[in-house]
Design a protein around this ligand. Structure first.
Ligand SMILES: [Fe+2]
Length: 448
């Protein structure tokens, strides 16, 4: 069945569709009919528009949402810097060496906000150009009178351990391992744990634009991630215009906070195309060869953010490696050795990955690897020998497994935390992986 069987049961209801113009009201009649900004909104609500794209962006990519709320979000105190630490700042060490990380730890007594660490990235949010990759880990919910928003970019969240109960301005999302969610730039949210279970995972942040579904070309009008499987929240508000709330804002990699005397989660109704959403990776319709050779992993792209200057070249692709059948004849079935002008950051939600040793010191769940721009990589010696000699019968691989890749056109640098402070970099990864490759060259014997 193409749906993940989750340990944590669903708690909420959703609307469906990708980049659909959705509308939802927690109280019937809260949405104005036929207009966005009447002289007086229903029930004494305020109208507020959130623009996710420039007003004049082409219609196909234009994203905005009108929210109808109890108090406008503008009613808050001034923002103050929270601290001078640089765990969210895009300061990178540029190195070409292939890197792999052991599973990242979950620090004790931290919430989502304090358990975020940028591990790698490229570019500058001030110029809306680049990407950032994070590891998150938390053992407690955010304070119930707090909210977070990110002015720097959209965040694609990939849970590895534990379910996230995310309260957003647009409503609620339950996001479990093997699901992903996208939290768009500027949308207020709070992350709670489910039954106090710790959480850990990965985040892909894009400073440019927004995620799109990849073009399907000759594949046709179905397959890969289908639009109907994306789930968006329904309006769910709370009414609190009296107590003190703190709203945190990541702005150019610096954390700020401001205080307000009303809940940010007071949206009674909304309509538009700019909203958070989630997707079950188990619903991905995987495509592959039924003849020979190994197609490029772009065939497994769930979401992409493309450059406008070079169509087909992604600021970031989110690619997955789900359970699938391998049937190719006379074929080396794992990925081949290659160098890529794109940078490849991989993570593992669960299970093991076909081209890598999944044991201790290998590519493990909650770990990661980075093969940077034009840095050579491919199967390690053991995987090569196995795949070169196996019987090429149909085989299902990746059962109980889900690896993924953030692939970017940028050269991806590593933060000080990613390189040193996390203490997870595997020394000698490249020599251990490829240093043992043997010379099998066997030229024809001369007949002279
Ligand atoms: Fe690769």
């Amino acid at each position: 069945m193409p749906v993940t069987q989750f340990n944590t049961p669903e708690r909420y209801e959703y609307q469906t569709g990708f980049l659909a113009n959705l509308e939802t009201e927690a109280i019937k009649g809260a949405l104005p009919i036929g207009q966005n900004s009447p002289q007086k909104c229903p029930y004494g609500l305020y109208a507020e528009k959130i623009s996710g794209t420039a007003f004049t962006a082409p219609r196909w990519e234009n994203q905005q949402t009108w929210v109808y709320r109890i108090i406008p979000s503008a009613a808050h105190g001034s923002f103050q810097p929270v601290s001078s630490d640089d765990r969210l700042k895009p300061k990178f060490n540029q190195i070409p060496t292939q890197l792999r990380w052991d599973p990242f730890d979950i620090a004790a007594e931290v919430d989502w906000l304090n358990g975020l660490h940028m591990v790698a990235g490229s570019g500058d949010p001030a110029l809306k150009n680049g990407v950032a990759y994070y590891i998150y880990g938390a053992t407690k919910s955010m304070d119930q009178k707090t909210a977070m928003y990110n002015a720097d970019g959209d965040m694609l969240v990939v849970p590895q351990t534990g379910a996230l109960d995310i309260r957003t301005e647009m409503g609620r999302l339950l996001v479990r391992p093997n699901e992903i969610c996208v939290l768009p730039r500027g949308i207020r949210y709070r992350v709670d744990l489910v039954d106090d279970a710790p959480i850990r995972g990965y985040i892909l942040e894009i400073y440019n634009g927004h995620f799109q579904l990849p073009e399907l070309g000759p594949i046709g009008s179905n397959c890969l991630a289908n639009p109907r499987d994306f789930q968006a929240p329904v309006a769910a508000y709370e009414h609190d215009s009296a107590s003190s709330w703190t709203v945190f804002n990541k702005f150019c990699g610096q954390l700020f906070s401001s205080v307000q005397t009303h809940t940010p989660f007071d949206v009674v109704a909304w309509e538009g195309r700019y909203y958070p959403y989630k997707y079950d990776l188990g619903r991905f319709n995987t495509i592959g060869t039924i003849s020979y050779d190994h197609p490029d992993p772009s065939l497994n792209t769930v979401l992409t953010c493309t450059t406008t200057a070079h169509p087909g070249t992604a600021i970031a692709d989110f690619v997955i490696f789900p359970p699938r059948w391998l049937v190719a004849e006379d074929t080396f079935r794992p990925p081949s050795y290659h160098r890529n002008c794109m940078s490849e950051f991989m993570g593992l939600i669960q299970g093991s990955y076909i081209a890598k040793d999944g044991g201790k010191g290998g590519f493990q769940a909650a770990g990661a690897s980075l093969h940077n721009c034009m840095s050579s990589h491919g199967p390690d010696a053991e995987a090569f020998n196995k795949a070169s000699n196996e019987d090429l019968v149909p085989v299902k691989v990746g059962v109980g497994s889900m690896a993924f890749m953030f692939e970017s056109c940028y050269m991806v640098g590593i933060t000080d935390w990613g390189l040193k402070a996390c203490q997870k970099v595997q020394e000698g990864y490249s020599t251990e992986s490829w240093g043992g490759l043997k010379d099998h060259f066997c030229p024809p014997t001369s007949t002279d």
